[in-house]
Ligand binder design. Structure first.
Ligand code: UDP
Length: 245
């Protein structure tokens, strides 16, 4: 019998008959600002499951080890059991969100090279930004693991940026999580979706209309479901047309 292993803000993880495999179930629940804002985005679970599956399969084809195995229902995928490293790895190509708020750099400024940032995945502490020294101090990962994660994060950014460009979308920034599998190998885990990426429509110059991600929910911009659906359609079109290969 599958039992609930963990319930997060957007997904529930269940055990399966195989201890090496978990079932990840995507929910319609949406939260923002460290769960101070809560709501529902109708159909989000199915949309994010589809987008995550397509993007993780694409990244696996590019040689990135991931936890994804197969999709088994509109909202559920089988994934390899991994021990999540408690880091939120954020990659940024364009200034937005906390980088704009905390540095004063203008929203929309294109970075001359991608920025990789490590945040401590800890809701009680509000997911604080870590320095390299604090990372070492806290022993959240070995220096070798940190360097592997940084390398994967930059590779993933290159692949996803190219993929989304073919969809007419700018990948502004995104958050990744990594885990260790039974062989102690680092694998990309969690999800890649409009919940965890900032995605701007290249065909729109208006700073509100171009937003196709969770910022529509965070800032009450409306048309949240439609934006997520647009991402699903364009991602699937890029995959099926082979444009992603
Ligand atoms: N992000 C995420 N989960 C988090 C924090 C951030 O998926 O707990 C994503 C967010 O959607 C954005 C990127 O990471 O694509 C950078 O987020 P930022 O640090 O700018 O945070 P925010 O503006 O949401 O405070």
């Amino acid at each position: 019998m599958p039992t609930k292993l963990y319930e997060g803000k957007a997904k529930i993880l269940y055990t399966t008959d195989d201890p090496a495999v978990l079932l990840s179930c995507f929910k319609d629940d949406a939260t923002a600002f460290n769960a101070q804002k809560r709501g529902t985005i109708t159909g989000k679970g199915a949309i994010n499951c589809t987008i995550t599956a397509a993007l993780l399969a694409y990244l696996a084809d590019q040689g990135i080890p991931t936890h994804y195995l197969e999709t088994v229902s509109p909202t559920e995928m089988r994934v390899r059991a991994v021990q999540i490293i408690p880091l939120e790895v954020v990659v940024r190509n364009v200034v937005a969100g906390s980088l704009a708020r905390e540095t004063g750099l203008p929203v929309g400024q294109v970075l001359s090279r991608p920025l990789v940032e490590f945040y401590y995945k800890n809701d009680d502490l509000g997911d604080p930004l870590l320095t390299g020294d604090r990372l070492q101090l806290m022993e959240l990962a070995t220096p070798e693991q940190v360097s592997t994660i940084q390398h994967y994060a930059l590779q993933i950014n290159q692949h996803l940026t190219a993929f989304f460009n073919r969809c007419g979308i700018t990948l502004v920034d995104f958050k990744l999580e990594f885990g260790l599998d039974a062989q102690n190998q680092i694998r990309l885990a969690d999800e890649i979706s409009p919940d965890t990426c900032r995605l701007w429509d290249q065909g729109e110059s208006d700073p509100e209309r171009r937003v196709l991600d969770k910022d529509r929910f965070r800032h009450d911009l409306g048309q949240v479901e439609a934006a997520y659906e647009t991402i699903r359609e364009r991602v699937l079109k890029a995959v099926t047309s082979g444009a992603a290969v």
